[in-house]
Design a protein around this ligand. Structure first.
Ligand code: SF4
Length: 431
């Protein structure tokens, strides 16, 4: 069951041409990312935005540090079909220019756009934008840019006591104080199309900050861990706090930030939402065993090949299991729509619990792909249902259909990796 989500005041991003993405309320959690290239390079920027949208991004943000970037927006926006957010720092004028160029949302940083008059000008422009329907503003109180030295001590005294026993007390006090002050400008101007973010590179601070903010404001929350690092480590740094918050019902839109191609941000954000049941999966749900000393096929290569082939071939969220042996193979295969479990350089393929083929190792990939295609066609024709097991899986013949039956395993009578007849494992980048 997906987690119950905190109800928030919904905002709408986009227009008729791009489609409207709703954030908050009962809308699904949306996925955002940001272009890595220069916005003023119009063709490249359009290509990157389209690539990110194709990868599944619901909303794409672009940096507009200079006037040539907001000028470029006028050409970019008509060429893309996903709502665009202008990321504005330091120069409130960039926000006004971006609104004029037709952007669908503005991100402001209270840490570096502080003048009340300037903020009010941006609010007024956003109210009038989109043919008078208005566009939302995200208030992003990033830890790195929010800690103002000049009023830190004063604000600490005012709010610090509330969090005195808290491990992140001083940061939370400053973040919340700044947020309250800033939002008052919006409320005074009768503007409520607001999304809040409170990012930090520290995952524990991210959890604490969003948890506290969710108790105090009903605006939708944009979750993120800022400067998470390379994908290899940044994925853990991001998914731990974001997954925790989302599983607690907190969070309406997310952005994962990697020092890498932002397509990976989109892929990983979507996968996190899929596994939490917060978005309907598109494409195959692949599970696979980690292998162990019982493996008798090159499963790592097989799994990667299956992943790449199925990603392009299958639209429906078919659950596919690729298992190394009969120890866990039948159990996992029972819960899958299409499954293969391998034995000694062979594989048995099951479709919803029914055995459909036993093939040599070299044919497993094509046979599995073929069965997935046939199963998808049956589902589309209404002749099968996803996730509906037809029969109990019987384990392979214990006398050794796969060369590694239960009795043989019990008797220790199997040949394993390293034996003359087995296929060596392939681990990318390692001997
Ligand atoms: S399915 Fe078999 S090979 Fe894979 S990890 Fe489990 S016991 Fe090992």
């Amino acid at each position: 069951m997906p987690p119950d989500r905190r109800k928030t005041r919904q905002v709408a991003v986009g227009d008729e041409r791009t489609g409207v993405v709703r954030i908050g309320g009962d809308a699904p959690v949306s996925v955002q990312t940001m272009t890595a290239g220069y916005t003023y390079e119009v063709d490249r920027c359009v290509a990157e935005i389209n690539k990110l949208a194709a990868a599944g991004a619901d909303i794409v943000r672009v940096a507009v540090p200079n006037k040539k970037d907001t000028e470029a927006l006028k050409q970019i926006i008509p060429q893309v079909r996903v709502p665009i957010v202008a990321d504005v720092h330091f120069h409130f004028g960039r926000a006004l220019e971006a609104v004029e160029a037709g952007v669908h949302k503005i991100r402001l940083n209270p840490g570096n756009i502080q003048d009340r008059g300037h903020v009010e000008e941006v609010i007024a422009a956003c109210k009038q934008a989109n043919g008078g329907a208005g566009i939302p503003i995200r208030v992003g109180v990033n830890e790195g840019s929010i800690v103002e030295r000049k009023d830190k001590q004063k604000r600490m005294k005012e709010l610090g006591g509330v969090f005195s026993a808290h491990r992140h007390g001083h940061f939370l006090a400053i973040m919340l104080a700044k947020l309250e002050e800033y939002l008052d400008i919006f409320y005074d101007n009768d503007f409520y199309d607001i999304v809040i973010s409170a990012k930090s590179p520290d995952p524990t601070l991210v959890i604490d900050a969003y948890t506290e903010i969710s108790k105090r404001f009903d605006h939708p929350l944009h979750l993120g861990v800022t400067h998470a690092g390379p994908r290899e480590t940044g994925s853990i740094r991001s998914v731990v706090p974001l997954g925790h918050l989302l599983a607690s019902g907190v969070g309406d839109t997310i952005r994962i930030s990697y020092a890498n191609d932002p397509v990976f941000e989109v892929e990983d954000a979507l996968e996190m939402l899929y596994v939490l049941g917060l978005r309907e999966r598109k494409g195959v749900d692949l599970i696979a065993c980690p292998t162990c000393g019982r493996i008798e096929v090159d499963l790592f290569t097989l799994v990667q090949d299956v992943r790449h082939k199925l990603a392009n071939a299958i639209e429906l969220p078919i659950k596919v299991a690729v298992m190394g042996c009969i120890v866990n193979g039948p159990g996992e295969a029972e819960g899958a729509d299409v499954a293969v479990f391998a034995g000694k350089q062979r594989g048995i393929i099951y479709v919803q619990g029914q055995k459909v083929a036993t093939v040599p190792e070299v044919e497993i990939l094509d046979a599995l792909l073929d069965e997935c295609r046939k199963f998808e066609a049956k589902v589309k024709a209404g002749d099968a249902k996803l996730g509906e097991k037809v029969v109990e899986i019987a384990p392979p013949d214990p006398i050794g259909e796969l060369g590694s039956g239960f009795e043989k395993i019990a008797a220790g009578d199997t040949e394993h990796v390293g034996g003359a007849a087995t296929t060596p494992l392939t681990v990318e980048g390692r001997p």
